[in-house]
Write a protein that binds this ligand. Structure first.
Ligand SMILES: [Zn+2]
Length: 469
């Protein structure tokens, strides 16, 4: 496109924006005409900004994987502090969070008989090691965790349990819940049935041959057995072999270690409000990642886009209320940073006027919803109207569940919001070696920044504060 043509389009866009603004200002109780002009401009600036891309590129390239307690995690904390300071935030600080530390050294697996071949496997977080030569046993297949749970006592005695449940693909990611149970509890149930090892089909919608890692847990009093996941392609292969009716023997070799208590840090930064500095909008993501990829989608994108949105939302100076970005620690090991944050800030959680976490990749935001007091709904409607041109649909259910790190906030009835990304492809890459920067589309990332910038600006600058339920 030539330059002159581009500038004609810019003028047309500006005209459209101006018309929208003058329509909105006529009926707004919450914003001045000047503020409405500013938020329209902020939205446009975000759509033209490479800031989020530059941040996620830097994080995934110069830091890389950030598993809690590793040198990469430590480097990420320093990176975040330095970036916030360079971006001109008024305050930047860290708060400690502890968690059970776990390290992966190596993993491999193979079908031994009847058709010898290697498999693509990953240890699940927290897994114990096998002996150096691995464990070798016949597998016993179950369709899902429920079938294993209802199987007779000792049904898996001396065997390796294989759960073959395949996750469904959905835009809102609702296939994850039913699938993830087998990841978090599968090894416990398998051990209770007498198994010597556990392998599951990855929690995945993918057609590639990567295994998906993720958190898993043991239970006191139940024997710990190795806990692993194989790629979809390898699960298909195992299933076909079992269906042939002959015993299938595999070997799993995992070397990993639990290291006791680890410490990391929530990294927090704020543009301080001019009128109500203690009241604040809280946006963010989690700074840690799994170790297999570089944590671009999970959750480098969420980190970068909320940092960028806060910066762009303050393009016209100090907001009325503070805009705070929280980069949570150790989310992948069990929301440890979020729990520490709630504990350390319990007395000021009532000052949160709006909270949203981005932790679902980097595809476009398609829906917006709140979880607030009914008296704040007219203001929420104004915010959503400003997102309409970004193709964000207002759901009007007022029952939003925001990102995982906001789960520990729920008992405090904070005003929570969901800016819902399209998650159709998210579980193709989630927790795999394939979660890398090339999976992020810069244009889609800019749309995310624009929606978050509109949200942060409007919640921080409205005449009235948003209240929780
Ligand atoms: Zn995540």
């Amino acid at each position: 496109m030539n330059k002159r043509f581009t500038s004609v389009i810019s003028i047309l866009l500006f005209t459209v924006l101006s018309v929208n603004v003058s329509q909105a200002q006529a009926k707004s109780d919450n914003f001045s005409a000047k503020q409405l002009t500013q938020v329209a401009s902020i939205k446009q600036q975000a759509l033209e900004s490479d800031l989020a891309w530059d941040l996620v590129e830097s994080l995934t390239t110069e830091v890389g994987p950030r598993m809690p307690g590793t040198p990469g995690d430590k480097a990420a904390v320093s990176w975040a502090v330095a970036q916030f300071e360079a971006m001109g935030f008024d305050k930047v600080w860290t708060e400690p969070a502890t968690f059970p530390k776990w390290i992966r050294y190596s993993e491999s697996a193979a079908i031994i008989s009847p058709a010898p071949q290697a498999m693509h496997i990953t240890a699940l977080g927290n897994s114990i090691s096998t002996p150096k030569e691995g464990i070798q046993a016949q597998i016993i297949e179950f369709n899902d965790l429920a079938e294993l749970e209802s199987s007779p006592e000792n049904s898996a005695k001396g065997k390796i349990v294989f759960i073959n449940y395949r996750m469904d693909r959905h835009r809102d990611g609702n296939g994850y819940g039913p699938a993830v149970q087998a990841r978090s509890r599968g090894a416990v149930v398998a051990a209770q049935k007498g198994a010597v090892g556990y392998v599951m089909r990855s929690v995945s919608t993918a057609y590639h041959r990567f295994a998906h890692t993720g958190g898993s847990h043991y239970k006191e009093g139940v024997t710990k057995i190795v806990s692993t996941a194989i790629s979809n392609a390898d699960a298909d292969q195992l299933h076909r072999l079992v269906a042939l009716g002959k015993p299938v023997t595999i070997n799993i070799n995992v070397q990993a270690k639990s290291m006791g208590e680890g410490t990391s840090y929530n990294v927090i930064a704020e543009f301080t409000g001019s009128e109500f500095p203690e009241q604040h909008v809280l946006i963010g993501g989690h700074l840690d990642s799994w170790d297999l990829g570089t944590g671009a989608l999970d959750d480098g994108a969420g980190v970068a886009l909320t940092m960028a949105a806060a910066k762009i939302a303050t393009a016209y100076g100090k907001p009325k209320r503070s805009i705070r970005v929280v980069l949570f620690a150790a989310e992948e090991f069990g929301l440890w940073g979020a729990k520490a944050y709630v504990k350390a800030n319990e007395n000021s959680l009532s000052n949160i006027v709006a909270a949203a976490e981005s932790d679902f990749g980097a595809d476009k935001i398609w829906a917006f919803d709140s979880n607030v007091h009914a008296s704040s709904l007219p203001l929420v409607a104004e915010i959503s109207a400003m997102m309409e041109s970004l193709n964000v649909k207002y759901l009007e259910k007022n029952a939003a569940r925001s990102g995982p790190d906001l789960i520990p906030f729920r008992p405090f009835n904070i005003p929570a919001f969901a800016l819902s990304q399209d998650g159709t492809d998210y579980f193709d890459y989630h927790h795999t070696a394939d979660d890398t920067l090339d999976k992020i589309d810069p244009a889609k990332l800019r749309q995310n920044v624009a929606a978050y910038a509109v949200f942060a600006f409007m919640a921080a600058n409205a005449n009235t504060r948003i209240l929780g339920k």
